[in-house]
Design a protein around this ligand. Sequence first.
Ligand code: ATP
Ligand code: MG
Length: 462
Amino acid sequence: MSSPAEPEPLIVPRSDHNVSRSNISQNALKVLYRLRDAGHAAYLVGGGVRDLLLGHEPKDFDVATDATPEEVRQVFRNCRLIGRRFRLAHVFFGPEIIEVATFRASAIPAGQDGTDADAVRTENGMILRDNVYGSIAEDALRRDFTVNALYYNIADFSLVDYAGGLADLREGRLRLIGDDVEARYREDPVRMLRAVRFACKLGFMIDPACEAPLSALAALLAEVPAARLFEEVLKLFHAGYGLHAFEKLRRYGLFGQLFPATDACLERQEQEFPSVFVSRGLDNTDRRVLDGKSVVPPFLFAVLLWEPVRLRYQELLDGGTAWADAMALASHEVASEQQRQVAIPKRFGMPMREIWSLQPRLERRQGRRPIALMGHPRFRAAYDFLLLRAEAGEVDPELAEWWTKFQDANAADRAKMTGAGKKRRPRRRRKPKSAGGGDSGGDGGAEGAAVMHGRAAGDADD
Ligand code: ATP
Ligand code: MG
């Protein structure tokens, strides 16, 4: 399959590198051996090889082969073919999935931009579908960064390097493959986010030639499907280096493409009182990840979008809107506007909005409300969110301390704290209700009004 113009790879024999089978997942090895025994070429590639060479534990193992997806399926019963844009085989071993990709030919066949063939499809230089199979050399050159294009050959345990990845790995440099850097970003603008992600994850510098066009090309992210960007955002902010990634994304104007409303707030604030809320939230998430604690998308997105929600909420309050209504509206506006860039799945969007809607409710400490609030399924997340707001100097720390104390207190102390235990004065006898009357004070009126705002109503009356 290889063409005569293909470059010669650097081949490093087993004796000269530190990638050991004892550090490769048993299941990935099984896949490699089975493909080899069925007569196919089979290599470990991508992050698995890169991370093993750096002495890190790989997140997952990807396999590349000359077998077509259909041929892969014939070798494994526990296998499913997935993907339209990029057809792959997934081999399942309980919870572990080994991704097996067939060698791809170079991405854009010369002069074929805009073709609508079944296998390859591009538009304005962006790859929409990429299913033409090729040789390992071609496969290497269509990967993103040189350090991601290193192959570990199961046939002789050697390393194969077509792109200079080993040298870049030694020097801690992230470099796109090929000379036309801009074209590589245009083919797939997500590579700009991947550049930031790997720079943070590996502690590498982005090669100056690859760094230079980032700000100018950031707007290309608008072309990427919002659902794909959701996945990328999670990878950026849920891996333990979110704060660092945030700072880099902002520096290159990429953050503004993902979260325009938040970015606009931060830009404005930088000239007045810079808010540290987002940074605190991301730092907190990083610490949780590093401590092995769970992190969830609704909390992350609640943090990332809070600045615009908070400002809009305040604006509505100043304009005379009742608080529950104001929060419901602000949440609804910000969340739906955000969907254009980064699509937050409904199952995460709902709890995210609940975290926000509970914030003003946490300020109401009298009577039975606090106990009722503690029973809310989102109470714990909302309380953690309040702690962050207090840390960022956005609410009085006394409020957060009150809730901390309240949760630990026994029933008698709780009653004292809320005034719920006070002996009530005997009620005056009510006058008979007039039609349409009743208790319209407190939250009721606001909730009623919130219902009128459709989707956001759930937030106000939960
Ligand atoms: P990690 O899994 O640690 O996040 P990774 O490098 O393995 O990092 P994956 O997203 O798992 O990243 O992709 C596996 C490999 O596929 C990459 O190493 C790279 O060679 C190739 N690849 C992934 N995404 C792209 C892309 N957008 N453009 C070109 N090649 C890509
Ligand atoms: Mg990977």
